[in-house]
Design a protein around this ligand. Structure first.
Ligand SMILES: CC(C)(COP(=O)(O)OP(=O)(O)OC[C@H]1O[C@@H](n2cnc3c(N)ncnc32)[C@H](O)[C@@H]1OP(=O)(O)O)[C@@H](O)C(=O)NCCC(=O)NCCS
Length: 121
Protein backbone atom coordinates (compact mmCIF):
# COMPACT_ATOMS: atom_id res chain seq x y z
CA UNK A 1 0.00 0.00 0.00
CA UNK A 2 1.32 3.43 -0.96
CA UNK A 3 0.51 6.90 0.37
CA UNK A 4 1.32 9.51 -2.31
CA UNK A 5 1.11 13.27 -1.77
CA UNK A 6 -1.19 15.12 -4.15
CA UNK A 7 -1.98 18.77 -4.87
CA UNK A 8 -5.20 20.61 -4.00
CA UNK A 9 -6.04 20.62 -7.72
CA UNK A 10 -5.77 16.83 -7.78
CA UNK A 11 -8.00 16.63 -4.70
CA UNK A 12 -10.65 18.56 -6.65
CA UNK A 13 -10.40 16.08 -9.51
CA UNK A 14 -10.84 13.10 -7.16
CA UNK A 15 -13.78 14.83 -5.46
CA UNK A 16 -15.54 15.10 -8.78
CA UNK A 17 -14.52 11.75 -10.19
CA UNK A 18 -15.61 9.74 -7.14
CA UNK A 19 -18.38 12.06 -6.00
CA UNK A 20 -16.79 12.34 -2.56
CA UNK A 21 -18.90 13.12 0.52
CA UNK A 22 -16.40 15.16 2.52
CA UNK A 23 -15.56 18.77 1.71
CA UNK A 24 -11.83 18.30 1.33
CA UNK A 25 -11.32 22.02 2.00
CA UNK A 26 -8.07 23.40 3.37
CA UNK A 27 -6.25 20.08 3.33
CA UNK A 28 -2.95 20.04 5.23
CA UNK A 29 -1.12 17.25 3.46
CA UNK A 30 -3.50 15.39 1.16
CA UNK A 31 -2.45 11.95 -0.05
CA UNK A 32 -3.97 9.35 -2.30
CA UNK A 33 -3.83 5.74 -1.19
CA UNK A 34 -2.92 3.11 -3.78
CA UNK A 35 -3.20 -0.64 -3.39
CA UNK A 36 -1.95 -2.87 -6.22
CA UNK A 37 -2.11 0.02 -8.73
CA UNK A 38 -5.70 0.81 -7.74
CA UNK A 39 -6.54 4.22 -6.28
CA UNK A 40 -8.67 3.50 -3.24
CA UNK A 41 -8.88 6.57 -0.99
CA UNK A 42 -7.78 10.05 0.00
CA UNK A 43 -6.35 10.86 3.41
CA UNK A 44 -5.19 14.13 4.93
CA UNK A 45 -3.10 14.18 8.10
CA UNK A 46 -1.25 16.62 10.32
CA UNK A 47 1.37 16.05 12.97
CA UNK A 48 1.99 17.26 16.49
CA UNK A 49 -1.33 18.80 17.47
CA UNK A 50 -1.49 16.74 20.70
CA UNK A 51 2.22 16.31 21.31
CA UNK A 52 5.24 15.11 19.36
CA UNK A 53 3.90 11.55 19.25
CA UNK A 54 0.55 12.53 17.76
CA UNK A 55 -0.88 12.36 14.27
CA UNK A 56 -4.28 13.74 13.42
CA UNK A 57 -6.36 12.37 10.58
CA UNK A 58 -7.97 15.53 9.22
CA UNK A 59 -10.01 13.86 6.51
CA UNK A 60 -10.29 10.32 5.23
CA UNK A 61 -12.54 8.92 2.55
CA UNK A 62 -12.51 5.72 0.57
CA UNK A 63 -13.75 5.73 -3.03
CA UNK A 64 -15.82 2.54 -2.65
CA UNK A 65 -17.51 2.41 0.73
CA UNK A 66 -18.04 -0.78 2.72
CA UNK A 67 -15.68 -2.90 0.67
CA UNK A 68 -13.15 -3.25 3.47
CA UNK A 69 -10.76 -0.61 2.10
CA UNK A 70 -11.12 1.77 5.05
CA UNK A 71 -10.35 -1.03 7.45
CA UNK A 72 -7.32 -2.13 5.46
CA UNK A 73 -5.88 1.41 5.28
CA UNK A 74 -6.38 2.16 8.97
CA UNK A 75 -4.87 -1.21 9.96
CA UNK A 76 -1.84 -0.30 7.86
CA UNK A 77 -1.62 3.20 9.37
CA UNK A 78 -1.84 1.78 12.91
CA UNK A 79 1.01 -0.60 12.06
CA UNK A 80 3.18 2.06 10.37
CA UNK A 81 2.53 4.60 13.14
CA UNK A 82 2.98 2.31 16.12
CA UNK A 83 5.04 4.97 17.95
CA UNK A 84 2.25 7.50 17.60
CA UNK A 85 -1.14 8.20 19.06
CA UNK A 86 -3.62 8.73 16.22
CA UNK A 87 -6.48 11.23 16.59
CA UNK A 88 -9.58 11.86 14.51
CA UNK A 89 -12.61 14.10 15.03
CA UNK A 90 -15.70 12.16 14.05
CA UNK A 91 -18.56 14.48 13.16
CA UNK A 92 -20.68 11.92 11.39
CA UNK A 93 -22.30 9.60 13.92
CA UNK A 94 -22.47 6.84 11.28
CA UNK A 95 -18.73 6.54 10.94
CA UNK A 96 -18.18 6.33 14.74
CA UNK A 97 -18.90 2.61 14.49
CA UNK A 98 -16.06 2.31 12.02
CA UNK A 99 -13.48 4.03 14.27
CA UNK A 100 -14.61 2.07 17.33
CA UNK A 101 -14.20 -1.17 15.36
CA UNK A 102 -10.67 -0.05 14.51
CA UNK A 103 -9.88 0.32 18.25
CA UNK A 104 -10.24 4.10 18.56
CA UNK A 105 -11.66 5.42 21.84
CA UNK A 106 -13.44 8.71 22.52
CA UNK A 107 -11.40 11.12 24.67
CA UNK A 108 -11.69 14.81 25.57
CA UNK A 109 -9.54 16.98 23.32
CA UNK A 110 -8.93 19.35 26.22
CA UNK A 111 -11.75 21.74 25.30
CA UNK A 112 -14.66 19.47 26.18
CA UNK A 113 -14.97 18.23 22.61
CA UNK A 114 -14.85 14.55 21.83
CA UNK A 115 -12.02 13.26 19.70
CA UNK A 116 -11.31 9.62 18.87
CA UNK A 117 -7.88 8.29 19.70
CA UNK A 118 -5.90 5.16 18.97
CA UNK A 119 -3.10 4.58 21.45
CA UNK A 120 -4.40 6.80 24.27
CA UNK A 121 -4.85 4.79 27.44
C1 LIG B 1 -15.96 5.74 7.21
C2 LIG B 1 -15.21 5.05 6.06
C3 LIG B 1 -13.79 5.60 5.95
C4 LIG B 1 -15.16 3.53 6.38
O1 LIG B 1 -14.46 2.87 5.31
P1 LIG B 1 -15.12 1.60 4.60
O2 LIG B 1 -14.16 1.07 3.62
O3 LIG B 1 -16.47 1.99 4.10
O4 LIG B 1 -15.28 0.61 5.84
P2 LIG B 1 -14.99 -0.97 5.85
O5 LIG B 1 -15.69 -1.61 4.70
O6 LIG B 1 -13.53 -1.19 5.94
O7 LIG B 1 -15.71 -1.38 7.20
C5 LIG B 1 -15.03 -1.78 8.39
C6 LIG B 1 -16.08 -2.01 9.47
O8 LIG B 1 -16.67 -0.77 9.85
C7 LIG B 1 -18.08 -0.82 9.63
N1 LIG B 1 -18.51 0.46 9.07
C8 LIG B 1 -17.93 1.14 8.07
N2 LIG B 1 -18.61 2.28 7.81
C9 LIG B 1 -19.66 2.27 8.66
C10 LIG B 1 -20.74 3.15 8.88
N3 LIG B 1 -20.89 4.28 8.17
N4 LIG B 1 -21.66 2.83 9.84
C11 LIG B 1 -21.53 1.69 10.55
N5 LIG B 1 -20.52 0.80 10.39
C12 LIG B 1 -19.60 1.10 9.47
C13 LIG B 1 -18.30 -1.92 8.61
O9 LIG B 1 -19.61 -2.47 8.72
C14 LIG B 1 -17.22 -2.92 8.97
O10 LIG B 1 -17.62 -3.72 10.06
P3 LIG B 1 -17.21 -5.30 10.12
O11 LIG B 1 -15.69 -5.29 10.18
O12 LIG B 1 -17.86 -5.77 11.36
O13 LIG B 1 -17.71 -5.90 8.86
C15 LIG B 1 -15.96 5.22 4.69
O14 LIG B 1 -17.24 4.73 4.80
C16 LIG B 1 -15.99 6.65 4.17
O15 LIG B 1 -15.11 7.06 3.41
N6 LIG B 1 -17.05 7.42 4.57
C17 LIG B 1 -17.25 8.81 4.10
C18 LIG B 1 -16.28 9.78 4.73
C19 LIG B 1 -16.14 9.65 6.24
O16 LIG B 1 -17.12 9.58 6.98
N7 LIG B 1 -14.88 9.62 6.70
C20 LIG B 1 -14.52 9.47 8.10
C21 LIG B 1 -14.48 10.74 8.84
S1 LIG B 1 -12.94 11.60 8.67
Amino acid sequence: MEFVSITDQEVELYKERFNLELGWYMSVCPMKVIENDKEIALIDCSEGMYGDDSIQIEQFEVFEKKHGWGSKIINQAIQDLSDYRIFVYVNDSNSKAFWIKKGFKPVDDGTGTEIYCYGCN
